[in-house]
Design a protein. Structure first.
Length: 121
């Protein structure tokens, strides 16, 4: 039963308006408007996806179009051909050539309260 560790998938023709929450890896290929929250899992935005939502996950891989902020406790990866309009807050960020990104980046070592200026030595 190797099916258990394969990610869930939202197909190209699916449109979701509202909140998507889960505790497993997810591949989005359709349209989502609202919020997507996978706090301990990987979120993959497929090349045909059109997302107008704030994304929260452990790791986020973007290959399609996203309008919204991205928060990751791990890594955010912007692949060639993606289009992201929104801010990124993550531990690590990788951007390939030909990835389009408009927004701000906050690469925090840990989510800490009150230590925003700690990196300015």
């Amino acid at each position: 039963m190797a099916v258990d560790n394969s990610p869930a998938r939202i197909g190209k023709s699916i449109v979701i308006c509202g909140e998507v929450k889960g505790s497993e890896d997810l591949i989005l290929d359709g349209r989502v408007e609202g919020t997507v929250s996978l706090s301990e899992n990987r979120l993959t935005v497929g090349p045909s996806a059109n997302i107008a939502a704030d994304l929260t996950a452990k790791d986020v891989l973007i290959m399609g179009r996203v309008q919204g902020n991205v928060v990751a406790s791990g890594r955010v990866e912007l692949r060639a051909g993606c289009n992201l309009e929104g801010d990124i807050r993550a531990l690590r960020l990788a951007v390939e050539d030909n990835a389009v990104f408009r927004g701000k980046v906050d690469l925090t070592q840990a989510v800490s309260k009150g230590h925003e200026g700690a990196a300015a030595h």
